[in-house]
Design a binder for this molecule. Structure first.
Ligand SMILES: NC(=O)c1ccc[n+]([C@@H]2O[C@H](COP(=O)([O-])OP(=O)(O)OC[C@H]3O[C@@H](n4cnc5c(N)ncnc54)[C@H](O)[C@@H]3O)[C@@H](O)[C@H]2O)c1
Ligand SMILES: O=C(O)C[C@H](O)C(=O)O
Length: 761
């Protein structure tokens, strides 16, 4: 039995013994009626719809604005009416795209005090060419810096407003509209989209044939919410002292069970507790879930297209039960986090990313589709899995990965099939090994509305962090092109970051500039002496000119490079845990900056290049730290804190996808991505930057995403790539001010509340 199998057994051993002991705290097993607490519900929970109200009449009456609605800005989409094409979701405003009153970001964006606008983005002809007129480029740089400052000021104003007067979970000002359901009885209880468990009011139980199928007591949404949180907290208590992986998987299970049973409650607890739950449904726990996916598998989620489905995908895509899909995350499982090729088990990544799309971007969960392209695996352990088949079966194709044209034919067919059925769906490529990440991006980026999160999302997040580091180091932003940056990792993520950072430097320097990067891969420093260099990497290889640091030879080690370069920033996207060791960090202490910045961006936690404790211990309290997976802040004594920022693409991909969707972008351009990165960077105030805070708290991810989404919409409009969304045409989008665009994006974000179910069967 190989080591992988042994690990599986110990984890499932826990399933059968320890988890069983916890079952009493599981919502599934605790009888609904056993809940007796009448404690006040958490204030952050909105009250659910009053069940005694009649559902509003469909038709023209429903399109009347709510009395408290100050009225839409020009070009807001009309409130949907029955008979509209996408009837199902439109007839459930809160389940589909909500009324203004259910908006997660109500009114503050209309505050008259916020008169200062970011101003329009520069028109495209002046943006792109590197060799533009220097005078114009200098003006652009000055206006860009001014824009940064004003954007940062404006962000903090908006954030203050959001936190003081406009909690996204503030009280509902209206009764949710009805949701048309074509099912009755048990079929409703077994459908997590409609199921409300014990919260079905008596009138609804009568209407839907549920009478007698549920225990008699009707619970409120708040009681269900509180009961779930109590179960979760008792699980935390009961697992104290257990190994981290066991606890993490137990937490994932309890959330996953809720997800399987009641999506409304699941997404509400996720949104309200995103800081606690993101590390469970996303990195780092999702890595563990993928490694153990076959053993954890209970019911399918998403679609699987395999090498054996060639020629069938165009019809298979119609097996997906939902009529409309807006957002797809697809992987081929070939590079799952820093864990390598996990084959079909990588499906956990699209599922986790799409959960974040719902929680952060308010994408309707009925309109998401996680996809696994199973073209085989080169992971020997998975291929040999039959050795311990009696305990654990890999669920994927048992064959080596397709290569070359055979591989590309599968991806091509998938993309054609998806867009034949849902031409406006946005497709996010995730965790493809480097060669396919770049090749698919180049192949599809001008044909479909798609992006590669590892290359482009990561680049944007890193750029926002790198710009934050310049500010934290007390230098003007236009000094960015002089930053010396050492990057460990020349894969899809590392090269993506280098590309975007170089683009930004060139923009600031009007197309001129030195190579400010020293890039290493598993064989050390990459120079022009390296044989068979990938062209994407060759752009960053060091040469032999007078600008070069003497004695830095091909293949030089990380510590050697750091000692000689004395970089301002050390950035890791290597997928190798711990390579920023004590020696390397001590060398960083000699950096040319008094505030050296360390970005240990590899995931999951075990693959982080170093920890914040290492950084503050070996470099000192002036260091700046960011990591891909979450770490706790470090107490530095004297009441000081060393901030552990999380530099993860989750800050950007939801806004990129949402902005692309709501603008109806034909494709996703570099300018749209740049706008997203700049928006994120401007979110942080100078005060925060001085403390070493480079990224906002994950708790504000919905606010951030609304702003990033709006920035993407505006960039798409500026580049004439926007085709509009539903009844909002490109002209309407173009006429919106910045705050109106944020408002438009926010009002189109789905928010989970129970709506009255109406059966028309
Ligand atoms: N924080 C984020 O948002 C984020 C986003 C994307 C990827 N990542 C993480 O980045 C890591 C890399 O992802 P990728 O897609 O680029 O993978 P990849 O496999 O394409 O690239 C890994 C690169 O690291 C190099 N490398 C290996 N060992 C090294 C060493 N000892 N020193 C220096 N370089 C070394 C490899 O040669 C390769 O160039 C993964 O752990 C992934 O989880 C993080
Ligand atoms: O999944 C993440 O947490 C970020 C990134 O996409 C990665 O591959 O590590």
């Amino acid at each position: 039995m190989h080591a992988g199998c042994a690990k599986q057994i110990s984890l499932y051993g826990f399933e059968s013994s320890f988890i069983l002991a916890l079952r009493n705290s599981s919502p599934r097993l605790a009888p609904d009626t056993a809940y007796t607490s009448r404690a006040a519900p958490p204030s952050r929970v909105r009250s659910s719809a009053p069940t005694t109200h009649l559902p509003p009449r469909p038709g023209p009456e429903r399109s009347r604005p709510h009395p408290q609605d100050p009225g839409p800005p020009p070009a807001h989409p009309p409130i949907p009416r029955r008979g509209d094409r996408d009837l199902h979701s439109l007839s459930c405003p809160h389940r589909g795209y909500p009324h203004r009153a259910a908006s997660p970001l109500p009114r503050p964006f209309k505050n008259p005090n916020l008169s200062h606008e970011l101003g329009p983005r520069r028109p495209p002809p002046h943006r792109t060419a590197l060799g533009t007129d220097p005078g114009r480029a200098a003006c652009r740089l000055i206006s860009r810096v001014a824009m940064w400052r004003s954007a940062a000021r404006r962000s903090s104003q908006i954030r203050r407003l959001l936190s003081s007067s406009a909690s996204p979970t503030g009280p509902l000002a209206t009764v949710p509209g009805p949701c048309i359901v074509q099912k009755r009885g048990n079929d409703i209880l077994n459908d997590p989209w409609y199921n409300k468990d014990t919260a079905f009011p008596l009138t609804e139980r009568d209407r839907l044939g549920l009478r007698g199928l549920l225990p008699p007591r009707v619970m409120s949404f708040e009681q269900q919410y509180e009961r779930f949180i109590n179960s979760y907290r008792s699980l935390e208590k009961n697992t104290r002292g257990e190994p981290d992986s066991i606890v993490a998987l137990a937490k994932w299970r309890i959330l996953n069970r809720l997800h399987d049973r009641n999506e409304t409650l699941y997404f509400r607890v996720l949104i309200d507790n995103i800081k606690d739950f993101a590390p469970i449904i996303y990195t780092p726990t999702v890595g563990l879930v993928c490694e153990n996916y076959s053993g954890l598998f209970r019911r399918p989620r998403g679609m699987y297209f395999t090498a054996k489905d060639k020629g069938e995908m165009m019809s298979m895509i119609y097996n997906w039960p939902q009529e409309k899909v807006d957002m797809i995350v697809v992987t081929d499982g070939s590079r799952i986090l820093g864990l390598g090729d996990l084959g079909v088990q990588g499906i956990g990544i699209p599922i986790g990313k799409l959960d974040l799309y719902v929680a952060a971007a308010g994408i309707n969960p009925q309109k998401i589709l996680p996809v696994m392209l199973d073209v085989g695996t080169n992971n020997e352990k998975l291929l040999e899995d039959n050795l311990c088949a009696s305990i654990y079966l890999d669920l994927g194709l048992r064959q080596p990965r397709l290569e070359g044209e055979e591989y590309m034919a599968i991806v091509d067919e998938f993309m054609e099939a998806v867009h034949a059925r849902w031409p406006k769906a946005v497709v996010q490529f995730e965790d493809f090994q480097m060669k396919w990440a770049f090749e698919t991006l180049e192949r599809y980026r001008n044909r479909f509305c798609m992006f590669n999160d590892d290359v482009q999302g990561t680049a944007g997040v890193a750029l926002a962090g790198l710009l934050g580091a310049v500010r934290a180091q007390g230098r003007p932003l236009h000094d960015f092109p002089n930053q010396k940056i050492v990057v460990a990792g020349a894969g899809s993520a590392g090269i993506g970051v280098l590309g975007m950072a170089k683009q930004e430097m060139l923009r600031m320097k009007s197309g001129e500039g030195h190579n400010q990067f020293w890039v290493l891969d598993k064989d050390g420093l990459i120079t022009k002496d390296r044989k068979d260099l990938d062209p994407a990497v060759a752009r960053f290889a060091r040469g032999h000119g007078p600008d070069e640091i003497p004695d830095l030879h091909e293949g030089a080690s990380l510590v050697e490079v750091v000692r000689k370069v004395k970089p301002h920033v050390l950035l890791g996207l290597s997928g190798v845990g711990g390579i920023f060791n004590e020696e390397v960090l001590r060398a960083m202490k000699e950096s040319d900056s008094p505030r050296p910045a360390i970005f240990a961006m590899s995931n999951p936690t075990t693959k982080a290049e170093c920890t914040p404790d290492d950084v503050f211990k070996h470099i000192g309290e002036n260091a700046i730290f960011a990591s891909g997976s979450p770490f706790s802040n470090v107490s530095l004594g004297n009441g000081k804190t060393g901030y552990a920022n999380q530099a993860n693409n989750m800050y950007l991909f939801p806004g990129i996808g949402l902005g692309a969707l709501l603008s109806g972008a034909r494709h996703i351009s570099d300018d749209m991505l740049q706008a997203a990165a700049e928006c994120l960077a401007s979110y942080i105030t100078d005060d925060e930057i001085q403390k070493g805070i480079l990224f906002p708290s994950v708790s504000s991810i919905r606010h951030i995403t609304a702003r990033v989404g709006a920035a993407v919409v505006r960039a798409a409009v500026a580049e004439d790539l926007a085709e509009g969304y539903r009844t909002v045409d490109p002209k309407d989008l173009g006429s919106m001010s910045e705050s109106q665009t944020v408002d438009y994006v926010a009002r189109n974000m789905w928010y989970p509340v129970y709506s009255p179910l109406v059966n028309n069967k």
